[in-house]
Design a protein around this ligand. Structure first.
Ligand code: MTE
Ligand code: MO
Length: 388
């Protein structure tokens, strides 16, 4: 048995040696792996932290006590998607750099070695799936047979955990190659120098960032040719996530019989548009910041949630359950904790950028609150229920 293993191994060694030489290139040095790895590690860390924050806002909104600055989610989710897109060329470059190591023979020398290679396999697979489904989500492609948000979140922990193991294992190498040294000088006969390679990667990262970040950074708007959303394009100069047609609400939303139902202690109060317009009106500049990474600020006008609640005899600080005319889907209902309902900037908006709300932006009335993910800014309001 031992004899057989030795014979197989002896046969395979030269094959792998040849593969290794073919895939090798002086550019694929440990120093390059460390340089690219640092940038990739930074991008993944930003993605992970902003991702956890996004899930807290959506799943544990009661933890949030003061939603300030009002554009907090615009900043964190913009950073999430920008660093996620930037990590794609970095990840590909990193894989290309370490590619020859796949053909090391024997593949491992100890139990620790097996574990290390397994953790790298997990890291690579999870990272590739994570950035791929994230990218598809930005383009609103929901083709996978699993819930995107939960899967993306779970995989995020897997990526971050296996990254931590990988960094711990490689710490001595990372420390040794952190600074450049004489061994990094270009060697005779190299097609491209290490610095040249890192430069190409840098230009790629810059290019994908420049052509997509304009969907959330105003100053980069002119260069936004690849992002799925463009600022200032859409009814009333604001992009639309889902139209009234897609949500199937046109007839009900346009009906003259529409009324907002506010339920307090089991008693329903009905307010039609005239009744809402008769309440004090407030203007607020607040962004729509979609989880998919596009965002834009707009001017909203309508009734403060706290004023509406007081008008029907409920405390300004109330936990609310909000429902849309839309029947199904995660965005058809929403929970709003008291920290938001009491906020002077949280509105039941009736107007956008100086005009009556467009049907696609939620006419006759929608929610706009500071610092919340776009998915929680419910359009085509039907019911607001005071839970406590
Ligand atoms: N009822 C309802 N409200 C909704 C949605 C929806 O599909 N249905 N989409 C949400 C999402 S994901 C975002 S980003 C914002 C976008 O608002 P806008 O289409 O007015 O720009 O609305 C939110 N409110
Ligand atoms: Mo969204």
């Amino acid at each position: 048995m031992a004899d057989l293993t030795t014979r197989v191994s002896d046969r395979l060694e030269p094959v792998f040696a040849r593969l290794r030489r073919t895939a090798s290139d002086p550019v694929k040095s440990t120093r390059t792996a460390v340089v690219i790895g640092r940038l990739l590690g930074a991008a993944f860390t930003i993605c992970f932290l902003t991702g956890v924050f996004s899930h807290i806002l959506q799943d544990y909104p009661y933890w949030i006590t003061a939603p300030r600055p009002v554009s907090i989610y615009r900043i964190t989710q913009g950073a999430h998607v920008i660093s996620g897109i930037a990590s794609i060329p970095l990840l590909l470059a990193k894989l290309w750099t370490v590619f020859p190591r796949l053909f090391e023979w024997p593949p491992f020398r100890s139990v620790a070695g097996i574990l290390e290679r397994l953790s790298i396999a997990v890291l690579i697979t999870a990272s590739l799936v994570e950035v791929a489904i994230g990218l598809l989500n930005i383009f609103q492609v929901y083709v996978f047979p699993f819930p995107f948000r939960q899967t993306h979140f779970a995989l995020g922990w897997v990526v971050f955990g296996s990254l931590a193991i990988h960094i711990a294992v490689k710490l001595p190498l990372i420390a040794r190659y952190w600074r450049s040294g004489p061994r990094d000088r270009p060697q005779a006969g190299t097609v491209i120098s290490r610095r040249g390679f890192v430069g190409v990667v840098g230009v790629s990262v810059g290019a994908v960032t420049l052509t997509t970040a304009g969907q959330t950074i105003d100053a980069l708007k002119p260069f936004d040719v690849l992002a799925p959303r463009k600022q200032n394009i859409g009814p009333q100069g604001l992009p639309v996530n889902k139209t009234a047609m897609q949500a199937g609400v046109i007839a009900q939303a346009k009906s003259p019989a529409w009324e907002l139902e506010v339920v307090v202690d089991g008693v329903s109060h009905h307010l039609d548009l005239d009744a809402l317009r008769a309440l004090p009106q407030t203007t607020a500049d607040l962004p729509i910041a979609c989880v998919e990474g596009w965002s834009q600020s707009a001017q909203w006008r309508g009734v403060r949630m706290r004023d509406l609640l007081e008008a029907v005899g409920a405390p300004a600080a109330s936990d609310l359950r909000v429902r849309s005319l839309q029947r199904s889907g995660v965005t058809s209902r929403m929970e709003m904790p008291a920290a938001y309902s009491a906020d002077p900037l949280t509105l039941v908006a009736l107007e956008l950028n100086g005009d009556v709300l467009d049907i696609d932006h939620g006419y006759p009335a929608r929610i706009i609150a500071p610092g919340r993910p776009g998915a929680l800014q419910t359009k085509w309001l039907a019911t607001i229920e005071v839970v406590r």
